[in-house]
Design a protein around this ligand. Structure first.
Ligand SMILES: Nc1ncnc2c1ncn2[C@@H]1O[C@H](COP(=O)(O)OP(=O)(O)OP(=O)(O)O)[C@@H](O)[C@H]1O
Ligand SMILES: [Mg+2]
Length: 511
């Protein structure tokens, strides 16, 4: 007789069905785990044995084989403890054999039978819902599991609670759905920034159209300060986006008490971050910072200090919106649609534009410093701005009147215009995926939605020739001009929009 229960394994964001099978037969007394387990899974034998012992149960004196099928999928993580224990208990007649097959289970066991939270409960619950199964998970993951919809969720504090539930002596109620609390968190406000009007305008343009932004300026001019205020002016996550991002955070084990995210993620990895930390992967495949920032902001402060290979690896995800991670014998993918915000000093000493403070090697050192970042990466950034040092006069000004909430309201309006536009286009055309923001528009679509009027086109053509704009550079100007027109509530892209957009093109340092 074989006792079974379903569980899952993860490959990127893909959830694979795993069948835990337990057979107890006559023979030499043993307890074996087969089916390509990694170290954490192999160790679950000991945890399961100890947890059963703590309940006063011991394993039958039989030959016990636990098989995790299919055998060719590598089983990683500690969430296999619970399904193995449940299948054993079903095999021992403690739990109802037939009924257990209606559930997907995942959770880690402590030696005393208490269930510890695990990563990936939300995606597992969503998959269980499509298979018409219930879900058994640790109590602290219950808040995320119920977001999967109309499925039965048993979120138990311990193994004993599950046994009692099936015996009917202590029924586990449905957990309540948890969401991130954004009420009382203090977020930095734009009012703290004095002067820097151009930079603030660029920040609003970036937020409005979802554009990537690069800030260049001397130390202490407020670049990091500006970047940290971007999430405060971005619109909150739409329901489908919130679920998407929360799935990734769940896989990384970062969902705080199973609360669904509501605020756009803002990730600011340190420049010493390794390639797997940024793009994903590593010993156990984990989403990287670029995926954790999905639908939000990835802020790379001190851009040239990042390792070159790490930066280059960002190019492909920035283009496709997906991070592909190579594993030993296959690839896994994670979604990675981010808005990149980067900040850098113009040169190593940081004072290139200040003749009194600049070092003796300028402007050569600026070129060296800048050359650490490849042209194609610069090319993927729509907005390039100079953030000069703030003057003492600016600093003594009273705080500006406009706060983040006011700017956020304007940004939301501009975003609504874009959503409406691209939805209309999606309905007209048969293409499945349409952009949501101007920053995602490209090629033919861009030419269609952002065609400037005659004067605007004349200016653009002239600038393209004089500045030797590449095709990508040309499109970048159009894209930003479209956002500027949307911000002004104008259907047509006119000369002034093109002129402002041209101002945000790449600044070549040291020249
Ligand atoms: N425009 C400003 N208004 C008010 N305070 C400012 C402004 N700019 C800078 N500051 C002050 O200077 C500090 C340093 O700013 P910030 O860390 O943003 O500089 P930075 O441009 O990122 O410098 P670095 O290049 O060294 O990283 C801030 O914490 C803030 O106190
Ligand atoms: Mg800084």
């Amino acid at each position: 007789m074989v006792a079974r229960i379903a569980t899952v394994a993860f490959e990127g964001t893909q959830v694979l069905d795993i069948d835990v099978q337990v057979q107890m037969s006559a023979g030499v007394v043993s307890f074996n785990l087969v089916g390509l387990p990694d170290k954490a899974v192999a160790e679950s034998r000991e945890r399961v044995r100890a947890a059963l012992f703590s309940l006063g149960l011991s394993l039958p004196a039989k030959r016990i084989t636990v098989n995790l099928a299919p055998a060719d999928v590598l089983k990683e993580g500690s969430h296999f403890d619970l399904p193995i224990a449940l299948a054993l208990l079903a095999g021992m007649g403690v739990l109802p054999l037939e009924e257990m097959q209606r559930y997907t289970a995942l959770g880690e066991l402590a030696l005393d039978g208490v269930l510890s939270p695990v990563a990936g409960v939300l995606p597992a619950a969503v998959t269980a819902a499509t298979r018409n199964r219930g879900l058994i998970c640790p109590e602290r993951n219950g808040g995320e599991a119920v977001w999967a919809g109309e499925i039965e969720v048993l979120a138990a504090p311990s193994l004993l609670a599950i046994i009692n539930h099936f015996k009917g002596t202590q029924v586990l109620g449905r957990p309540t759905a948890q969401v991130q609390d954004i009420g009382d968190e203090v977020t930095p406000d734009l009012r703290d920034i004095k002067g820097q009007e151009t930079a603030k305008r660029a920040l609003e343009v970036a937020a409005s159209g979802g554009h990537n932004l690069l800030m260049i300026g001397p130390p202490g001019s407020g670049k990091s300060m500006l970047a940290s205020r971007l999430p405060g002016i971005l619109p909150p996550l739409a329901a489908d986006e919130a679920l998407d991002v929360s799935m990734i955070h769940s896989l990384a084990g970062l969902l705080d008490e199973g609360r669904l995210l509501r605020r756009r993620p803002f990730r600011d990895p340190h420049h010493s971050a390794s390639l797997p930390a940024l793009v994903g992967g590593g010993l156990r495949a984990k989403p990287g910072e670029i995926s954790l920032a999905h639908h939000g902001v990835l802020f790379l402060d001190e851009l040239p200090e990042f390792q070159r290979a790490t930066l280059e690896a960002l190019r492909q995800p920035m283009e496709t919106g997906r991070a592909v991670v190579s594993r030993a014998n296959h690839h896994v993918t994670y979604p990675a649609r981010v808005q990149l915000v980067a900040a850098m000093n113009p040169c190593r000493c940081g004072h290139l534009d200040d003749p009194e403070r600049t070092c003796g090697r300028a402007p050569k050192c600026a070129m060296d410093y800048q050359s650490r970042i490849s042209g194609p990466l610069f090319d993927r950034i729509d907005l390039h701005i100079d953030v000069p040092a703030v003057s003492a006069a600016d600093l003594s000004l009273p705080p500006p009147r406009e706060d983040s909430a006011t700017v956020a309201a304007r940004v939301a309006e501009t975003r609504a215009i874009q959503t409406e536009r691209y939805q209309r286009i999606a309905e007209e055309s048969s293409k499945a995926q349409q952009p949501r923001t101007n920053a995602e528009a490209d090629g033919e679509l861009l030419e269609r939605v952002a065609a400037p009027d005659a004067a605007g086109r004349a200016l653009l053509t002239q600038a393209a020739e004089q500045l030797k704009l590449s095709a990508r550079g040309y499109h970048r100007v159009l894209r930003v001009a479209r956002t500027l027109a949307d911000m002004a509530g104008s259907d047509a892209v006119v000369k002034s929009h093109v002129a402002e957009a041209l101002g945000y093109r790449r600044i070549v340092l040291g020249k």
